[in-house]
Design a protein around this ligand. Sequence first.
Ligand code: LCS
Length: 395
Amino acid sequence: MKKDRKPQFETMAIHAGYSPKNHHDSLTPPIYQTSTFTFSTMEQGARRFAGMEDGYIYSRLSNPTVEVLEERMAILEEGEAALAFGSGMAAVSATLIGLTKKNDHILCSKGLYGCTYGLLQLLKEKYQINYSFSELSAADEILSNIQENTTCIYIETPINPTMKVIDLALVARIAKEKGIKVVVDNTFLTPYLQKPLTLGCDLVIHSGTKYIGGHGDVIAGIIVGSQEIIDYLKRTTQKDIGGIISPFDAWLLLRGIKTLAVRMDRHCENAEKLHALLKNHPKIKAVYYPGDKGHPDFKMMTRQMKKGGGVLSFEIDGTYEDAVKFVNALKLIPIAVSLGDAETLIQHPASMTHSSVPEEARLKMGISNQLLRLSVGLEAWEDIWEDLKQALDSL
Ligand code: LCS
């Protein structure tokens, strides 16, 4: 190996941000399960509070286990710094509250996770921070949706659960000219498949609950961006609202990240196989999957995404009652919200993840009553397919 070559993603996911030498030679990062840190003298405590001496103070401000996670995520996303939170929504709310003020406008992708939509509505009603939706599909259309007071463009791509893809380089170029910050929720793809910061976007958000953790046993959130923005969010919305992650949950994410690349490869491989099979089933009206080679935007997708990811959604060719019958006939696949776990999971966005979005807005986002979302797990794809097929054949 050449000396100056940067290690690859798979290697950094295992080693980056951690040095055993600094932690009693422990191979894996220790869990510093402590709320506070002791000072040798009163003067030392004062110096730490004044920022004149490095060192820990209190775990809401920083914690050594959490810092390893933050550093690893910053490296994997190719950002300068990161912050970890107790949930994806804690990360989303710390970001939006931190980046906006009264009378600002947030331009959003046409489709967002239901609770992100709920948060935007709350910010509008209580703090007069406005928002609107845009396809973000072409320069003219983006420009016509930007308002004088737009300070932030907030994007999910692929969008949960319609799987529409936004051209991040295009949005970032236009936003930069206007001095608008671009925030990308990268939950569905992870930095293994997509790196929005390298395309000119300003901040990346994750629900770490999903692929980053990967095992369905933790709720967590992460933000990655420039040192300047991260420092600002750390000393304002993170410190004073306080939605931090626990050291144990940070450790669970670090353990999950070690296998992120292998897991994502398998999620994608399984999803590609199931996409091809579902597409040709007579009881399926449409399948939405960003890895679809026949998609009109496939070329743009391949520019920014390594693969299509592990989530697909589809519409049953029938009524809402047919969708219910199909889901209830599944034997292997659990009915559950969340995604990115080892288990394949199915859910009904209209009545579950996006039930808080009013029907009219929900239909505009493309979420019909027959739409189902499948988070393809790590099982043998033949077994997942067998379960889907027997349930479809029962219709
Ligand atoms: N961003 C996206 C794209 C999400 O899908 C979610 C949760 C969040 C943010 C919030 O993260 P959390 O606070 O739950 O860690 N999405 C869910 C979903 O689709 N099913 O259950 C939760």
